[in-house]
Design a protein around this ligand. Structure first.
Ligand code: FES
Length: 111
């Protein structure tokens, strides 16, 4: 029997403004960045996969975020690394809207 440990948890309000460099959020130990790209919300891990830096302290340009520490670049919708020194993809999280809440799907362990 397979057991799914995924849950949908509130991460922010629909009305919350998402800054150009993203909105930092914490959900059950997960550091998550919510970005708005072309009017659509995306959630990724807020921590760079290269070393420890918050991506919401970085720069967003179009669909990409640049890490503030060494300017590693990630594609926000997919988490794919697009510029060194970061080579590991960012974890991405599904989002959905329910009423006035934005929910994030959390599965597995914190990270
Ligand atoms: S910590 Fe992000 S590129 Fe180095």
């Amino acid at each position: 029997m397979s057991v799914s440990s995924s849950r949908w948890l509130p991460i922010c309000k629909v009305s919350d403004e998402i800054a150009p460099h993203g909105l930092p959020c914490q959900v059950e130990g997960h550091e998550i960045a919510v970005f708005s790209v072309n009017g659509r919300r995306y959630a990724t891990s807020n921590i760079c996969t290269h070393q420890f830096a918050y991506l919401t302290d970085g720069y967003v340009e179009g669909e990409h975020v640049d890490c503030p520490m060494h300017q590693g670049r990630f594609h926000i919708p997919t988490g794919e690394p697009k510029g060194g020194p970061a080579s590991e993809p960012l974890r991405t999280y599904p989002l959905r809207v329910e009423g006035d809440q934005v929910l994030v799907e959390i599965s597995g362990s914190a990270g």
